[in-house]
Write a new protein. Sequence first.
Length: 367
Amino acid sequence: MRKYIVGLAILLTLLFVSCKSKTETPQAPPAYKTVVLDTTTAVVYSEYSAVLQSESVVEIRPRISGYLTKIAVKEGQWVAKGTPLFKIDDADFVQKVNSAKAGIQSAIATRDNAQLEVNKLTPLVQAGIISPFELETKKGNLQAAAAALSQAEALYEDAKINLGYTNITAPISGVLGRIVVREGSLVSQSNNEPLTTISGDGNVNAYFSFDEKRLAPLRQKKFQNGQHNPVGKSIIELQLADGTIYQYKGKLESASGIIDRTTGSIQLKVVFPNPDNAILSGSSGVVRIPATYSGCITVPQSATYELQDKIMVYVVNEDNTVSRKTINIEGTFGKEYVVSSGVAAGDRIVLEGADKLKDGVVITPKE
């Protein structure tokens, strides 16, 4: 009886296991969204911090010494050429003009008297009444009087010029910089600082440093591996300090001819139009130089993850196992990386959730 019960228990166990194995189905590998890589054309921007300077920045300095009696403008104000800026006390200069004018009148009288003496003695010499020596003396006096008149006239012109210098006007149109003086200040040509500056209308230059190793490809009408040569073309963008992109594009026109041996870089210049004076001289920005890559591979940034400072993706093999690959990045194109190596056209990569996978894991790819 006991043997019968044991045998029955074994039979029931086998029947239970058999039924369970028939009802369970194998679990499918996890599904991951994937994408097949293909070639495309992408524009990659290389960015460089730049200092912006107006092409025409003029320092306003006094030509004479004196006390300021009026400041007619304000900092940051746009002024047209010829606009009055500063007024220097002109009382002394008016007096000098009047004195020089009187000097001319005196010199004219002296010259006229000398001329009369010459005219009076000439017939007497011709008649042999007096010695020619006396006439020559009078002619010498006439020449000296004429020279004195010329000198008086020059002093008068100088006095008028200096009087004009008491009115300081804008030599060009543009935007005023910081005004370092106040009314009542004593100013002179020897002042270390200018009264102010004017950033002229027109172009603004963006200066930035460029690695000498990348200069040769630039000169060879290439930039990185791209096909755009920015030299002489208005294709360069400028990102302003507030993060916005400037409405006008710039042109790479020149570079300094000397490489800084301490940094291994060379200074380049990009010229941007500045018709509205939207860019102030001395401000900062970011120069963005484009390079077009034809037939390149791009990988969505969402398909990548970082591991030990390397950018990784998972490539799906023919047996649906995944393999981790390191990719090298040339730059960004929107929300995608432009890849120089690591993957190829036709490769299928995991689009999302790559950071959760491991090498050799089997997945179910889905579009």
